[in-house]
Design a protein around this ligand. Structure first.
Ligand code: LM2
Ligand code: CA
Length: 491
């Protein structure tokens, strides 16, 4: 709870600074409501614990980001690729991302800064390597060694080959109780396996984490996930990763009863109009087919898998990425999770490491972005982009105000969060003017995507300025531009 207050405090400070700018201004004063603490998370992909701790303190808390999603903390195979993290060999918290002590210190510091920590729990499987070897911490693979962890009967061996594509299996049994990409599948129905996984999750909770992403949840029967997480303390946040697929036998809805689920449909519906400029599509309208209820949905523009796969809009195209994230953060559906990764040319390349294979520290504290020509391994640092920070402020001001119907004009599109703020984007190649109906008071507003109210405190805007008059917000947008105004950004 103190975390929530700290977050709200940071956002209130930013907005009341904006309100102070109104002093001495001739416009009629308006009542600016207290911004809410938005429940927005961020995935810091393959970032070491020591860096995550600093990021919580220096960028996430000031931006009003509520929680951070980590990469897996388990001991894993010794391999250079990032996906070594998804081949655990034991439940020790020793990995390329840091030691147990570093993990504990990070969680404590993030919590103290008002940022909750969500761990990525890889509990469906262990390594797929056929031969035992040294794990990251130098131990032999626990499941070959059987140091009280498992017996062979605790694994499902379905005899699938490395080239078998799990997507082709339409049978529930095969999807959930067979090797996923040749990874040794745990028998999550077994009481000993459940107890071992439960003890691992309890261990993380004892260090202060607030909840878990359940990796590959689609490949664990929902009843098994439920049985494991129902043993955890009330209020533990559970986010099941169940990739929705047409014709798939397992759907996210099965996992909704005991937590949240990542809703992959959201990005799939959000981004095509941005690439095509066709907003008549139902995608951004109120009609959202195939999606779990808003309270259960974790939404995202991309994540570490989709930026290497299906996502067409990623940080590699900063303009479109800002537009997509702006629309997601302005929306009233789901709980958004931002994605902060690193540039790569090879989808397998891990984050830069030292000679011991330990991922190097990185900081976004002194950066602004976006930077469009990052070298491989450089961090995207979306949490420091002024456009993203402006939209987090927008979301805090929007609170639970309903989203009004969208309007489009040529390749531009916009909508209001009733009485609180208006967002508009132009995905075309020409300057586009768009008028968005609003109940916000008449006046001049600073766009928070290009900088918001001027830090100099002279009543001007750091970036663009737009006006509201007679119930209409008017935006003249350059190609690829996004704009957002809210009650706290009025000049
Ligand atoms: C996930 N969610 O359900 C993770 O988000 C995703 O990143 C993981 O795949 C996957 N499930 C398993 O946890 C990644 C990566 C794969 C990689 C696996 C295991 O995308 O490429 O598979 O981790 O490390 C790799 C090889 C694959 C091989 C497998 C087993 O790419 O060719 O399969 O290891 O050796 C023979
Ligand atoms: Ca399984």
């Amino acid at each position: 709870m103190s975390g929530l207050r700290a977050r709200a405090g940071a956002v209130v400070a930013a907005v009341s600074a904006a309100v102070l700018l109104l002093a001495g201004c001739t416009q009629a004063s308006i009542e600016v409501p207290e911004p809410a603490a938005p429940d927005v998370g961020i995935q810091l992909f393959q970032l070491p614990w020591t860096s995550v701790a600093k990021e919580c303190e220096t960028t996430l808390a000031p931006a009003g980001i509520a929680w951070v999603l980590l990469s897996p903390a388990q001991e894993h195979i010794a391999a250079d690729e990032w996906w070594a993290s998804y081949q655990p060999v034991s439940y020790q918290l020793e990995s390329r991302l840091g030691t147990r002590d570093e993990f504990a210190d990070m969680v404590q510091r993030c919590n103290a800064a008002g940022v909750e920590v969500i761990a990525d729990a890889v509990i469906n499987h262990m390594t797929g390597q056929d031969e035992p070897g040294a794990g990251y911490a130098g131990t032999a693979y626990a499941h070959y060694d059987y140091p009280g962890l498992y017996t062979e009967s605790d694994f499902h061996r379905c005899g699938l080959t490395a080239n078998d594509d799990i997507q082709l299996y339409k049978n529930r049994e095969q999807v959930q109780n067979c090797e996923l990409v040749n990874l040794a599948d745990l028998d999550t129905a077994s009481p000993t396996v459940r107890a071992t996984i439960g003890a691992y999750l309890e261990d993380l909770l004892s260090l202060g984490v607030s909840g878990f992403r359940i990796d590959a949840a689609k490949h664990i029967p929902a009843t098994d996930v439920e049985a494991i997480v129902s043993q955890l303390p009330q209020g533990t946040r559970i986010m099941s990763e169940v990739i929705r697929g047409a014709g798939e036998p397992i759907a996210p809805e099965e996992y909704e009863g005991f937590g949240e689920v990542f809703e992959f449909t959201y990005a799939r519906e959000l981004t095509p109009p941005l690439e095509n400029g066709v907003f008549s599509d139902p995608v951004l309208s109120d009609d959202r087919p195939q999606q779990v209820p808003s309270e259960a949905a974790i939404v995202f523009v991309d994540n570490h898998d989709t930026e290497r796969g299906e996502a067409n809009v990623t940080a590699r195209d900063p303009q479109l990425y800002i537009i997509a994230n702006a629309l997601m953060l302005a929306d009233d559906y789901g709980t958004p999770v931002l994605y902060s990764g690193y540039a790569f040319s090879d989808r397998d390349s891990g984050a830069p490491t030292d000679a011991d294979g330990r991922v190097l520290d990185a900081s976004c504290a002194d950066t602004t972005g976006p930077v469009s020509d990052l070298a491989d391994g450089e961090r995207t640092c979306v949490q420091s982009w002024p456009a993203i920070r402006g939209m987090l402020e927008f979301r805090a001001m929007a609170g639970d105000a309903p989203r009004m119907p969208g309007v489009d004009s040529g390749d531009a599109y916009g909508f209001e969060r009733e009485g609180r703020g208006v967002v508009a984007v132009n995905v075309g190649d020409d300057i586009q003017s768009i008028e968005v109906p609003t109940t916000m008071p008449d006046g001049a507003y600073c766009d928070v995507i290009t900088g918001g109210p001027d830090a100099a405190g002279d009543g001007g805007c750091a970036g663009s300025e737009y006006s509201v008059s007679g119930g209409i917000a008017v935006f003249d947008l350059d190609p690829g531009a996004a704009a957002a105004i809210h009650l706290g950004s009025r000049r």
